[in-house]
Design a protein around this ligand. Structure first.
Ligand code: MTE
Ligand code: CO
Length: 441
């Protein structure tokens, strides 16, 4: 799939004149949500959470928490989120995999702001559970078609000049369950195999230069030290371009789940190639045809043949609010929020529709807009009138690639694929305010 239909011209949101949010109208709409049993509840909408408040804690009273000394410093030497946020966790789908060791859980995208994923909420994908690597015993071996085979310790790797870069990682299977129709009711499950963090480590190029790659070399085999010994072939060009061997994420050392003490970062490429607990890099002149690039991580096409080595993640986006986890609690102004990303560079534009694609509106992109990174977008100024609405977002990256509808994707790829589903997602807002995963095209 390259380009699909050209993006519609950006325009301003057409707000029906009766709903035009004049200043006083907007204030009224916001205030309606403040009442315990206001107009929203009368219309059958979900009760606004404000209705649950204890009046004793509300102004002009002095709230309970203002009357006592709080816990001192060091009660939590490693800080945790507020206990009121305890539902914001990674979640898994128990029928999806036979065992938790070879399984996946999902990032709670609906609960996150900006473009950085907190370390504790980065989705996990393991083929053989989390390896507990002892840092003193850790070694990275580089061998094969090199002048000097080398073995690095963890400390050796930290002595090289470091660099820090933000990148998204998306599992090629993200959205894989949605190929034949809308299935999972939650953005955490339909799109949550993606995270975006700031990595710190060494350019892979630096290590390869240290070993001296022989002129005829074209490929690397990168292998993990977990019980799955997961391995993939990586083209040398990519390795020398922007790959990194990293020890930190978001400023602290890698989490065990993310490959402590060392993982490979392969910007823009499918998550499977980002080998965790990296133990070995072999330099060679051909691809290894490993299990993960022949049996798995290939795309079965309509003619029965399979696409291989489909590494780059195509441009994609999704609305993270409203979504099934975040229903519309009241009519009136709603900020539509979402994320967009592309494995080919920067996000150039995101369009949003509230009427299933009849009219598209250009979203506001939030800085920083970095290559191969999540980009936050917003559509301000939409007012929900209580009627069914069909929300979609469509990403366009700096190469001009336009995120396709599922019908366009299926026209090329058929319905037997699992991987690389970057189709446009539709959320239907029901008159009750609940949000459902539906398929329009
Ligand atoms: N590396 C090793 N050694 N073992 C694995 O099971 N899973 C891969 C990749 N690297 C895996 C691995 C897959 S399929 C994905 S999508 C990413 O790691 C997931 O990275 P995360 O767990 O940090 O989200
Ligand atoms: Co994966």
């Amino acid at each position: 799939m390259n380009k699909t239909k050209p993006p519609a011209k950006p325009g301003n949101i057409q707000i029906p004149s009766t709903d035009q949010p004049t200043d006083s109208g907007r204030r009224k709409a916001l205030l309606a949500g403040l009442g315990a049993a206001g107009g929203a509840a009368a219309a059958g909408l979900m009760t606004p959470s404000r209705a649950l408040a204890d009046p004793a804690n509300l102004p002009p009273n002095v709230a309970d928490w203002s009357k006592v000394l709080g816990p001192g410093v060091d009660v939590a030497p490693y800080g945790m989120p507020s206990k009121f946020e305890k539902t914001v966790i990674r979640r898994y789908v128990d029928w999806l995999t036979a065992t938790p060791e070879s399984s996946i859980n999902f990032t709670p995208l609906y609960a996150l702001d900006g473009m950085v994923t907190p370390n504790g909420l980065c989705f996990e994908r393991h083929h053989g559970g989390v390896a507990e690597v002892i840092p003193d015993d850790y070694r990275l071996m580089i061998h094969g078609m090199v002048d000097r085979p080398l073995v690095f310790t963890y400390q050796d790797l930290k002595r090289f000049p470091p660099q820090s870069r933000f990148y998204f990682l998306e599992c090629a299977a993200n959205g894989g369950m949605e190929w034949r129709g809308a299935q999972l009711n939650g953005v955490q499950f339909t799109h949550g195999m993606v995270h975006c963090v700031q990595y710190t480590g060494v350019p892979l190029r630096t290590l390869l230069e240290e070993a001296g790659v022989k002129p005829k070399a074209k490929w690397l085999l990168v292998e993990g030290g977990d019980s799955a010994g997961m391995n993939r072939s990586l083209p040398l060009d990519k390795a020398l371009d922007d790959c990194m061997v990293v020890y930190s994420m978001n400023g602290e050392r890698l989490r065990a789940e993310q490959g402590y003490p060392i993982r490979l970062v392969v910007p823009g490429f499918e998550g499977n190639m980002w080998v965790k607990w990296l133990r070995r890099i072999e330099v060679g002149d051909g691809a290894w045809m490993a299990r993960e690039e022949t049996s798995k991580y290939t795309d079965l096409m309509p003619d029965g043949r399979a696409r291989r080595f489909t590494w780059e993640m195509d441009a994609k986006s999704v609305i993270t609010s409203p979504c099934p986890e975040l229903p519309c609690k009241q009519k009136g102004p709603q900020v539509i929020k979402g994320i967009a990303w592309s494995g080919r560079g920067k996000i150039a534009r995101v369009d949003v529709t509230v009427d299933g694609g009849r009219n598209w509106h250009q979203a506001r992109l939030e800085d920083p807009i970095l290559p191969k990174c999540l980009t936050r977008f917003y559509l301000d100024g939409w007012s929900w009138d209580g009627n069914p609405a069909y929300l979609q977002s469509r990403a366009i990256d700096e190469t001009g690639y336009v995120q396709p509808e599922m019908a366009a994707l299926q026209a090329v790829r058929g319905v037997n694929s699992i991987y690389h589903n970057n189709a446009i997602q539709t959320w239907r807002i029901n008159p009750t305010g609940e949000v459902e995963n539906v398929r329009l095209a």
